[in-house]
Design a binder for this molecule. Structure first.
Ligand SMILES: NC(=O)c1ccc[n+]([C@@H]2O[C@H](COP(=O)([O-])OP(=O)(O)OC[C@H]3O[C@@H](n4cnc5c(N)ncnc54)[C@H](O)[C@@H]3O)[C@@H](O)[C@H]2O)c1
Length: 389
């Protein structure tokens, strides 16, 4: 008999909505799951957003006071999907209430804050999960397995990118993502964090970095509070200053000796979802691009000489989690489906009493690399990745 777990969600924007509908999908997609989520209460500071989410997803209650979510006796798991500046206070309150936490990345505004939040959670008895959802793409999991099994030999090179144009239009609105007091860092936390997490999962820890950053668009139109998303654009009207970086690039060295580059930008023209990796080993190579999320290019030295070249492997039910969405080969699963997998994996870890991965420990590891990049922006030199806090 599956265990029922009460779910609360705080912050009903893009992610809050997605978390809510992903929980609804868990029993549909994973009928043998050990836990069945029950949507108990959602919160947003704007009553209209909380009300709409209650109606759309069938939460039993809604509120404008996030503490009611934390304190609700029927809630066992709290999802923190508000902007970054609220994560510390909210996660600390959830941990103090003894409830499990699914917090969106990058967790804190700055690397030090992420590590501080991870330490608060580590001192409590609760389980945690962080929204590094791109790990769950079935062909990315295949890439991980191929590397782990040594099919690429020793890894020598890794190149990871997350390039997007969501802010390429200079009239893309000045949402919270561009503000230091709310977001903290710019693409370092927003997008580079995903690339670092992906590199950690595939290749292992990063030991040292040398990095640079740039802000290419200095001002943007002011948004209307409570309206729009971070993809909204406005013509005319007052503008305000962009306070954090549009671009981060880095050379990196992994603990296993592999050399690499990581690059993230939110204002590139052309790329729409340029989350990518390319890796080379002594016996093979892999190429993956997020705009073709269901395809992995595999090169293996041992393939016959006349077929020397990359082979395109398509997603399919033989790969992790794919069959939960479709029994057919090659039919892609979606970004939203990755969140359903995330919720399923988190609830399975809770019921099994094992730490969920990626959790706060993995987010802290990403933060330590991010901190070394920030130090390198100041020093202009290679910086070691060291424990923070
Ligand atoms: N994993 C991913 O792929 C991914 C993608 C996008 C965003 N994120 C992360 O998710 C988080 C939220 O991002 P988003 O794009 O959903 O933002 P958003 O602006 O769309 O939504 C944030 C919501 O929080 C609400 N809110 C603000 N203050 C509140 C308060 N005090 N109490 C209750 N609600 C409050 C806002 O009204 C808004 O509805 C961020 O940490 C972001 O980095 C992760």
């Amino acid at each position: 008999m599956a265990q029922e777990l009460g779910i609360g969600v705080i912050g009903m924007g893009w992610m809050g909505d997605l978390h809510a509908r992903s929980y609804l999908q868990v029993p549909v997609r994973f009928p043998d799951a050990a836990a069945v989520p029950k949507l108990v209460i959602c919160a947003d500071e704007f009553a209209a957003r909380a009300e709409r989410a209650q109606r759309a997803y069938g939460f039993a209650e809604h509120t404008t006071d996030w503490r009611e979510v934390v304190d609700h006796p029927a809630v066992h798991v709290v999802n923190v999907t508000t902007p970054n500046h609220l994560h510390r206070e909210m996660v600390a309150a959830v941990a103090a209430a003894g409830k499990h936490i699914l917090c969106e990345k990058p967790v804190g505004r700055y690397p030090e804050e992420t590590v501080e939040i991870a330490a608060i959670v580590a001192r409590s008895a609760v389980n945690s999960h962080v929204g590094y959802n791109y790990r769950w793409i079935p062909v990315v999991q295949l890439a991980r397995q191929l590397i782990e099994r040594g099919e690429l030999g020793d890894i020598t090179h890794y190149r990871g990118q997350f390039l997007e144009g969501y802010a390429a239009n200079p009239n893309a609105m000045l949402t919270w993502r561009f503000k230091k007091d709310i977001a903290g860092t710019g693409v370092l936390g927003d997008m580079m964090s995903h690339s670092i997490d992906m590199a950690h999962m595939l290749i292992g820890p990063i030991e040292r970095v040398v990095s640079q950053q740039e802000t290419f668009t200095d001002t943007r139109p002011l948004p209307v509070p409570g309206e729009g998303t971070h993809f909204s654009v406005s013509e005319g009207g007052p503008r305000g200053p962009v306070e954090n970086e549009d671009y981060v690039g880095a050379l990196v060295q992994f603990a296993n000796g592999a050399r690499g580059t990581l690059e993230s930008c939110r204002i590139v023209m052309g790329e729409k979802f340029g989350l990518t990796f390319q890796t080379n080993g002594t016996a093979g190579a892999l190429h993956w691009h997020g705009e073709r999320m269901s395809e992995l290019e595999v090169y293996r030295m041992e393939d016959e000489a006349e077929r020397d070249g990359f082979t395109r492997i398509l997603t399919g039910p033989r790969l992790p989690h794919h069959a939960a969405f479709t029994p057919a080969d090659a039919l892609p699963i979606s970004y939203d489906d990755l969140k359903t997998i995330e919720m399923y994996e988190f609830l399975e870890a809770i019921t099994a009493g094992r730490p969920s991965v990626p959790g706060m420990a993995e987010a802290a590891a990403v933060a330590e690399v991010s901190a070394a990049m920030r130090r390198s922006w100041e020093s202009g030199a290679w910086e070691d990745v060291v424990p923070l806090g």
